[in-house]
Design a binder for this molecule. Sequence first.
Ligand code: HPA
Length: 258
Amino acid sequence: MEDFAIERVREFGARIALVLGSGLNSLVKDPPRDQAIPYTEIGGLPRSTVKGHLGRFVLGEIDNVPVIFAQGRVHLYEGYNARDVTAGVRFLARAGIEKIILTNAAGSLNPAFTPGSWMMLTDHLNLTGATPLAGKGDFVDLSDAYSRNWRDRFAAAARAENLILHEGVYAGLVGPQYETPAEVRMLRSLGADAVGMSTGCETIQARALGLEVAGFSCLTNWAAGLNSAPLSHAEVLTAGGNSNPEFVRLLAKALAGS
Ligand code: HPA
């Protein structure tokens, strides 16, 4: 089964994959059946248990550039481990993907980064205590985890499209509870600009396999304590969905000619 899925992705010929986070799935319109590969058809790929997360790869395109969309990831907070949450990245690398764009929903920690806007990751703090490389003896260099080349390209695309694209550091925690105001103050003092519950382990795995990584946070809310509204998953999903059109424009501009 897995070999068959790998062959299909290989034959499709995409070099870029886009992993869609919470609320961002509507970026992919309902694909024809023969262009979707459910994770259940691939051995070793766990299924998401969370509302708003599907579980499939879609063979699609952005402005005529072939792209594999990963709709739905699994998270540490679902009880999965760091190997489970990165199984999709390993599959994509085996299937010929060379560049991976990781997206997520995150809370803003930076007073200048208003919810509804996007942040490009310049770096991360992996505060999950987990790594997909445990037991692998793999001393991977993460000094440029988020490709400088791609960051320049996306920043230029944002300027050309007149879109606001913040740049900052993403802190990845296990969740699933949102942070306390004290944790939010700690994260700000550590230099984080956004906080979420994914991405770090995937970046580590992707770099270990030599993939080029770009990361984007859809800032769906102020992190806890930065305003008086309580946080809800439904709010995160809605805010994510509303920010899609801008991100699609950014992607189309940045990927043109890839
Ligand atoms: N904290 C952690 N994860 C999140 C948040 C948040 O405020 N918003 C969306 N994902």
